[in-house]
Structure formats: C-alpha cells, structure tokens
Design a protein around this ligand. Structure first.
Ligand SMILES: Nc1nc2c(c(=O)[nH]1)N=C([C@H](O)[C@H](O)COP(=O)(O)OP(=O)(O)OP(=O)(O)O)CN2
Ligand code: ZN
Length: 130
C-alpha cells in the first residue's frame, strides 16, 4: 500500500495590471490580465469530518491573498515592487504565503502543494517544491 495523500484545490480570478521589467518586448508595457489562480492543498490525513481543509477556508486564505492585487498595478504592490511580476513569481508568492497561513492550522497537517497561475487561457505557470 502506498502512503496516503489527499489533495483539494480552489480556483480564483482577479483583475490586475502589470509590466514585466527587462522583458524587452510588448510585455514591458503596462497591460492587464484576468489572472486565474488555482491553489492546491494536501494532507496525509483527513480532519475529524473527513476533509483536507474546508473549501471555504481555503477560499478565505486565497481570497485574502488575491485581494491585495485586485484592480491594482501589481508592480506597485509588495513584493512585486522588487520582484518581477511573472506568472512563475506570482505562483511562488501564493505558495509561500499560503503555507505561512496554513502553518498555524491543525498542527501543520495541511500544506499548499502546488499553485497554478494562468495569465490567459493558454499560458500557465506552476510552482511546487520537491
Ligand atoms: N514564462 C513566462 N513568459 C511570459 C510571461 C510570464 O509570466 N512567464 N508573461 C508574459 C506577459 O505577461 C504576457 O502578457 C502574457 O504572455 P502571452 O501568453 O504570450 O500573452 P499574449 O496575449 O501575448 O498571448 P497570445 O496567446 O500570443 O495572444 C509574456 N511571457
Ligand atoms: Zn502580462
């Protein structure tokens, strides 16, 4: 028998402008996206009612993180005043901040395992740690 792993995920959309510094092409100009973020959470054991985490609680965490960027120029919102606003860096940001928020919940039973960021229907970046 393998080691059990349960995973749930939740998806969010927010609208924000950005510009990719040093890109050298059109993406260096200010432009916007409806960013689509999917946050995956995993656990080796379920809680007493059979959940990794309630979808509503995962939604709350990710919604808080999205709120700081919604209808903003992301390049003006820390840490993206210093870090380039690529989909890869945004995925890492959600992964790290999501895990920071989950660390205090249920003795660290649940972690963010993966974050996917779509800049548009065809362009996806994924961050996870191995
Ligand atoms: N690896 C990455 N490449 C690019 C990123 C990125 O975050 N990581 N970002 C951009 C731009 O933000 C751009 O807005 C999105 O790129 P793209 O998907 O190419 O968007 P287009 O609308 O130009 O795409 P088409 O599908 O060709 O119309 C660029 N690259
Ligand atoms: Zn873009």
């Amino acid at each position: 028998m393998g080691v059990p792993v349960y995973e749930v995920s939740k998806e969010f959309v927010f609208s924000a402008a950005h510009q990719i510094r040093m890109h050298g092409g059109k993406c260096e100009r200010l432009h916007g996206h409806n960013w689509r973020i999917r946050v995956h959470a995993r656990a080796g054991a379920l809680d007493r009612i059979g959940m990794v985490i309630d979808f509503a609680d995962l939604q709350k965490i990710a919604a808080e993180l999205c709120a700081r960027f919604d209808h903003q120029n992301m390049n003006e919102v820390p840490p993206f005043t210093e870090v380039n606003t690529t989909a890869e860096n945004l995925a890492r940001f959600f992964y790290v901040e999501g895990n920071r928020r989950l660390a205090g919940v249920d003795g660290g039973r649940v972690t963010v395992s993966k974050v996917e960021v779509w800049e548009n229907e065809g362009s996806l970046a994924v961050y996870r740690e191995e």
